[in-house]
Write a protein that binds this ligand. Structure first.
Ligand SMILES: [Zn+2]
Length: 369
């Protein structure tokens, strides 16, 4: 699994992994990447080097155990359903987690919550779990080597759990490594952050995601282009869209409808449209604006016959006169529309009222035609 992913030369991920080979191994580290980013494969490779006597050979017993998330000295902590009656922690949910990770090399938080069937529940790392972390670290390692704690989403630690972990961080045991993987650094307790060495792993990048989808995932070039363009450069997000195409359908439908209504200058229709989009959550609204921007750029390239794969071809169930609209997309119009989408994206991020944002954007789109 981990051996299959090749980190780009001189990337922060690759440099960090090399530090492990050189024996520069800080006791507590906070690894920050975006959701669906490189944190997990980088951490898995890093830990492999720590626990393998041959520096991460990929063939020995230790490497095999590690590949199956079953090495006795590597302990995983992750948020689970905080239900008082269940009382189970990461140890109880480990089989589910192993199965999830088998199919999610670049896990997306939302998909883990779905796997737990917990979309309506509190999903967190409990204080009991923090206690267990301390207990594990006080025991001797099975192999006599490193003991490793991998904690996914420290931002989802219950406050008293975070305070308990703090004690563990303050009294480092010999040959122990604590790796915290976060997608929301600001939400991690400040005192925990200040005791960790922090590493930022930037996105893999759209171009690299596209090549990876084609070379490693054997994906059709057009589809790889569409997915990478929507991925924000994170491979997990591209895979998430691939496996959850239905999440993109409402975005595609509403984009097509938006163009039609703005072109017809149908104000009443636009008002109804705004009502629908304003009812989505912020994350979905941002996805929509990014998706729309990408399709607009593609329409402009289509006008110049410079387009390889068209995003909406992925949705044969949606009727759209792409060639007709492409003809209308001169550079000036597209520029104005992109500006409108960018501004809307910023406003949504700033929590401006969504109805206002999308209504304004609709008027500007109408004007652009
Ligand atoms: Zn090995």
């Amino acid at each position: 699994m981990t051996e299959l992913f090749h980190f780009p030369e001189n990337s922060p991920s690759k440099n960090w992994i090399e530090q492990a080979s050189l024996g520069h191994i800080p006791h507590a580290q906070l690894i920050v990447s975006k959701n669906g980013g490189l944190a997990w494969p980088a951490v898995q490779r890093y830990v492999q080097i720590l626990i393998c006597a041959q520096g991460g050979c990929g063939r020995c017993d230790a490497c095999t155990q590690h590949r199956n998330l079953a090495h006795p000295d590597v302990h995983y902590f992750f948020p689970v359903i905080a239900s008082a009656s269940a009382g189970g922690g990461s140890d109880v949910f480990l089989p589910e987690f192993r199965n999830f990770m088998k199919f999610n090399k670049f896990p997306v938080v939302r998909n883990w919550i779905d796997a737990l069937d917990a979309s309506q529940k509190v999903v967190q790392i409990s204080v009991k779990e923090a206690k267990r972390m301390g207990n594990i670290l006080s025991l001797t390692a099975h192999s006599g080597g490193y003991k490793v704690l991998v904690i996914w989403l420290p931002e989802r630690m219950h406050e008293s759990a975070a305070n308990k972990l703090l004690k563990t961080l303050e009294e480092p045991e010999d040959k122990t490594v604590i790796l915290l993987l976060s997608h929301d650094e600001e939400a991690v307790l400040g005192t925990i952050r200040s005791r960790c060495q922090t590493l930022y792993l930037p996105p893999l990048g759209r171009g690299n995601v596209e090549r990876w989808l084609i070379d490693e995932r054997r994906m059709d070039a057009n589809q790889a282009k569409v997915l990478s363009s929507l991925s924000a450069g994170e491979p997990g997000i591209a895979l998430d869209f691939l496996e959850n195409r239905e999440r993109l359908i409402p975005l595609a439908e509403h984009f097509v409808e938006w163009l039609r209504l703005a072109f017809k200058k149908d104000l009443a229709g636009l008002q109804l449209w705004v009502d629908q989009v304003a009812a989505w959550n912020r994350e979905q609204q941002r996805d929509f604006l990014i998706f729309s921007g990408e399709v607009l750029s593609q329409l402009e390239r289509k006008r110049h016959h410079a387009l390889r794969g068209f995003a909406l071809d992925w949705f044969p169930e949606i009727t759209f006169n792409a060639d007709g609209f492409a003809k209308l997309m001169d550079h000036q119009k597209v520029l104005l529309m992109h500006q409108t989408l960018d501004d809307a994206h910023k406003d949504i991020g700033r929590n401006v009222n969504a109805r206002l944002v999308f209504f304004d954007a609709s008027l500007l789109l109408m004007k652009a035609f």
